[in-house]
Ligand binder design. Structure first.
Ligand code: HEC
Length: 176
């Protein structure tokens, strides 16, 4: 009698374990199903992105609209700070005339036609952009160069702070 009671106790413990294990497996299956769903949902916007990128065409050569909605005229530029901002450009650009590096010399760039430094090997995108680097156009360009000149070989993400752009343009106008 005592032995059979022990047996029953053991059996029910085993059953309990088995049912727990089963529950665990179900949960795991649920988890992976949820994951699959997540992956599918995440993939959808990614697939839609190229279409969005295409519809957001580059601004025309004389447009000066910015992504952040700021205008150069609304800011008070600080050329001294612009010189500090220019440190980010120095890896590729010299301010001295005639000195081309990875990028063309930026001496006298304000007011100059894009792609006009003789002897510098520009991308077609830049050369044929039809842009004149007015202060306002530079302000737009420097926010996100690849948006304004799609296909540019200037590998620089941009200056997200409007004040930094205004400041560096003031420095480019009158370098010291
Ligand atoms: C990683 C290198 C790199 C950095 C950093 C960089 N540039 Fe450039 N930049 C280039 C290259 C390369 C070109 C030529 C683009 C082309 O031909 O498509 C260029 C072109 C330009 C042009 C157009 C010049 C012309 O004659 O048409 C301007 C203006 C300019 N850069 C300004 C800047 C400023 C201002 C900064 C800093 C805020 C900067 N760049 C940072 C590489 C760089």
């Amino acid at each position: 009698m005592r032995q059979s009671f022990q047996y029953i106790a053991l059996m029910s413990a085993t059953l309990l374990l088995a049912s727990c294990g089963g529950g665990g497996a179900d949960k795991a299956a649920e988890g992976s199903a949820a994951k699959t769903e997540e992956t599918t949902t995440a993939a959808a916007p990614a697939a839609a992105a190229p279409a969005a990128a295409t519809s957001a065409a580059a601004p025309t050569a004389d447009s000066t609209d910015t992504l952040d909605g700021t205008t150069l005229a609304s800011l008070t530029p600080d050329a001294a700070h612009g010189k500090a901002v220019f440190a980010q450009c120095k890896a590729c650009h010299a301010i001295e005339a005639g000195k081309n590096m990875v990028g063309p010399s930026l001496a006298g760039v304000v007011g100059r036609a894009a792609g006009s430094i003789a002897g510098f090997s520009y991308s077609n995108a830049n050369k044929t952009s039809g842009i004149t680097w007015s202060p306002e156009k530079l302000f737009q360009y420097l926010e996100k160069p690849a948006r304004v000149v799609p296909g540019t070989k200037m590998a620089f993400a941009g200056l997200p702070k409007a004040q930094d752009r205004a400041d560096v343009i003031a420095y480019l106008k009158a370098p010291n």
